[in-house]
Each structure stands twice: as C-alpha cells, then as structure tokens.
Design a protein around this ligand. Structure first.
Ligand SMILES: NC(=O)c1ccc[n+]([C@@H]2O[C@H](COP(=O)([O-])OP(=O)(O)OC[C@H]3O[C@@H](n4cnc5c(N)ncnc54)[C@H](O)[C@@H]3O)[C@@H](O)[C@H]2O)c1
Length: 379
C-alpha cells in the first residue's frame, strides 16, 4: 500500500457545513492523512478544533500565507501535497492560485472562483503548474450518476433530445424574509459569494451534472431570476432554458426558496431509445424509462454496472451509498492522479469544469440582467 497522501485543509472548521464531508471522505478509502490546516481565520478556534480531531498542532497555521511559507521550508517528503479549499467562495481563487504557483495539488470547492476572468487566470496557473486540480461537484461521485454517464456514452439512450435538471432547496426562507438576516450571511453578499446565489451555489451543480452525464455542452441559455426583495442583490431562484446543439434542448431549474425542499437535485434525460431519471435524495435508484418496455431500476454494486460505477462501491449490492461515499469517490480519483496512476476522466471534475461552471453562472446573470436574452457560452 503506498504511503498516505499528506492533506492540508483550508476552512472547513468545526463551525462549517462542508468540512466534515471532506474530512470523512478523505478518510474513507485510506488514501489521505490530514497533516496541516487553517480551519478558521481565528487561530485559537483552529487550534481548538485541531485538538478535537487530533491533527498535529505544529502544523496548524495562523493563516493561509503562513501555511504556504512554512510548508515550503519542509523537505518535499514531509510537506503537504494537496490542499482542500473549503472556505467561502471569494477565497477560492487567491488560495488556489497561490497553491498552484507553489507546486501544490488542489481540491477546491465550487463555485471555483467568483468570476470567469478569475477562472481563466487560474487555468493558466494550472497549466504552468502541471499539478492535479479537482473541483468537488460532489454528485458526480455517486455510483448511479457514473452509471448514467457510462451508459449514455455507450449509446443507451440514442440521440438525446431533452434534458430537465432541477435543484430545489428551501433553506434561504429562514433568512431571506428578515431584512437584517438577509444582509448578514456571506451567501447573499456579492463580495463573498460572487455574482450569484442560487445559480452560483446550486444551479452550477445541476449544470455540471447535465454536462457530466450527457457528454454534451450547453451552447446557449436564457435565464429568469427571482430576487424576492428589492434590497436583495443575489438571485435566490432561477429558471434557465438551455440549448445543447442540434435539436437538444432543456431546462435547469434552481431555487433556494422552494419551501419545504431539502436537497432536491434531480435529472431526467430523454433520448430516442429511452430515458434516465435520477434523484439525489434517493441516489441508489437509477430509473431507465421506455415507451415500449417496463421501467428498469439500476442499483449500485451489481456486476451489470460499468467499471466506473463499480469502482465507487465498496460493499456488496444492497448497502446504500450516500453523500460521504460520493465525495470519497472523488478523493479516491484524485489520489490516483496525484500518485500518477491511471484513472477514468469521470472520476473527478477538473479545472475545465470549473471554467465551464463560471461561464454558466456569468451567462445566467448576463441573460437575466439584459432582459432575459439568449447568451452564448464560450465553447
Ligand atoms: N460540494 C457541495 O455540495 C457543497 C456543499 C456546501 C458548500 N459547498 C461549498 O463549500 C464552501 C464552504 O461552504 P460552507 O457551507 O462550509 O461554509 P461555512 O460558512 O459553513 O464554512 C466556511 C468555513 O471557512 C472558514 N473560513 C472563513 N474564512 C477563512 C479564512 N480566511 N481562512 C481559513 N478558513 C476560513 C470558516 O471559519 C468556516 O469554518 C463554499 O464555497 C460552498 O459553495 C459545497
């Protein structure tokens, strides 16, 4: 068994939402050791948390710049190899850029940056660095999402003609209707979150899922947002019509005010020979629909699944795979890439997906603000 990869964590402190998902995911396949961190901008809080979860205190740094400076002083075989960026959005770009410029591998949360210009600049740093860059569009790690991708690639649906992706949540309802609250969270602050809330935070996952599963690119879109209040600068709901080439059309629906919805990401893909339907809240069931045959249900861990799908299951069929396993599959692919082993390009989203995602987010904002015009993506 090769030695564990030395992992640094930026953000993701005890007070965060996503930190635990990355920590557990990095642990699941025995590939990583958390070696150092800046969990929190408050050094004492970072130290406290490091004590709680047993990370060496001499590798907890007061801030990100100090982490880079001190780690570079260490011999290469002791130094952190890859850093996971789990901070609010506006820190992704400066942190990822400095990490790449200093030869580190990067695992970055979405949205990759706060603008397309930043994303393109990061791409340049990545090309120069030649290290691994992964973007954690978590849902691509589910075995049944991978199965959809592989079956579509093998022609199971024939020519695709319609895609419907939806990502509905309701949690912003607890914040948006209170003037004080809605001006105090980072997700609704353009300085910290970027130009979009709903499309930037969750619509971009749906966008990525559409391109990941169909293998097609979205060429043009038309978007209509709802901000709910005049003083709210960020979209909290949006509907996006998409054109994906020769008679392939669809819709991406996103909402953070879909009352009562939890994490309702779902996709339906319709083709001339059949259709797929998959829902994130029931991730172990992939439905294959047909006009002439009974509906089929594909499930993880069965030998009928593709190699890529089976690589993402650890136990025999019947043991449910969840969000932690999905993120763990992304970390597993990244470990292979860092070690220079062979891997399938469906194992983790990359810099290219990050640039596409930022192009999508900016296009939705441009479309809405220009009076709901069609906007072309840079393909
Ligand atoms: N992949 C997914 O499905 C998914 C889900 C949720 C969040 N996210 C993304 O993860 C990122 C974090 O989201 P969250 O919900 O965990 O946010 P959060 O506000 O809950 O946590 C952010 C963490 O970053 C820390 N932090 C802030 N500034 C820092 C700094 N300068 N240095 C070090 N740490 C700092 C905070 O202390 C906190 O621990 C966002 O970019 C978000 O879009 C992705």
């Amino acid at each position: 068994m090769p030695k564990k990869i030395r992992l640094g964590i930026l953000g993701g402190g005890g007070d965060s939402l996503i930190g635990v998902l990355h920590r557990v995911a990095s642990f699941i396949n025995d590939n990583y050791q958390i070696t150092g961190a800046v969990f929190n901008p408050d050094f004492d809080a970072s130290m406290e948390f490091a004590k709680e979860i047993d990370v060496p205190l001499n590798r907890i740094y007061k801030d990100f710049d100090t982490l880079i400076e001190e780690e570079l002083k260490l011999p290469k075989d002791e130094r952190i190899q890859v850093c996971s960026i789990l901070t609010p959005n506006f820190l992704h770009y400066p942190m990822a850029k400095k990490l790449l410029d200093n030869g580190f591998h990067v695992i970055c949360e979405k949205p990759m940056t706060t603008s397309l210009a930043e994303a393109k600049d990061l791409q340049k740093s990545h090309e120069k660095a030649g290290t691994v860059f992964a973007l954690t569009h978590t849902y691509t790690g589910y075995p049944m999402v991978r199965q959809m991708r592989e079956m579509i690639k093998a022609g199971a649906l024939g020519k695709i003609h319609k895609v419907d992706a939806v990502y509905y949540q309701g949690w912003i309802n607890t914040i948006i209707h209170d003037k004080e609250k809605r001006s105090s969270v980072w997700r609704l602050d353009p300085e910290k979150a970027g130009i979009s809330s709903c499309m930037g935070d969750i619509g971009v996952h749906a966008f990525n899922l559409v391109e990941y599963t169909t293998g097609l690119k979205i060429n043009e879109l038309l978007c209509d947002f709802n901000y709910l209040y005049e003083d709210n600068k960020m979209d909290v709901d949006g509907t996006v019509l998409i054109r994906m080439g020769d008679h392939v059309k669809g819709v991406i629906r996103g909402s953070q005010v879909a009352t009562g919805e939890e994490n309702g990401l779902a996709i339906s893909i319709y083709g001339e020979k059949g259709a797929f339907r998959w829902e994130q809240e029931r991730p172990n069931f992939l439905y294959k629909l047909s006009d002439t045959e009974p509906t089929q249900i594909y499930k993880p861990g069965h030998a009928y699944n593709s190699e890529l799908s089976l690589d993402g299951t650890k136990l025999p069929a019947g043991h449910p795979e969840g969000i932690f396993d999905s993120m763990a599959n992304i970390y597993k692919g990244v470990a292979r890439a860092i070690r220079g082993e062979e891997y399938n390009d469906g194992e983790f989203p990359t810099m290219k997906d990050g640039v596409r995602g930022m192009n999508f987010i900016e296009a939705t904002v441009d479309s809405h603000k220009s009076g709901n015009n069609w906007v072309a993506l840079e393909n």
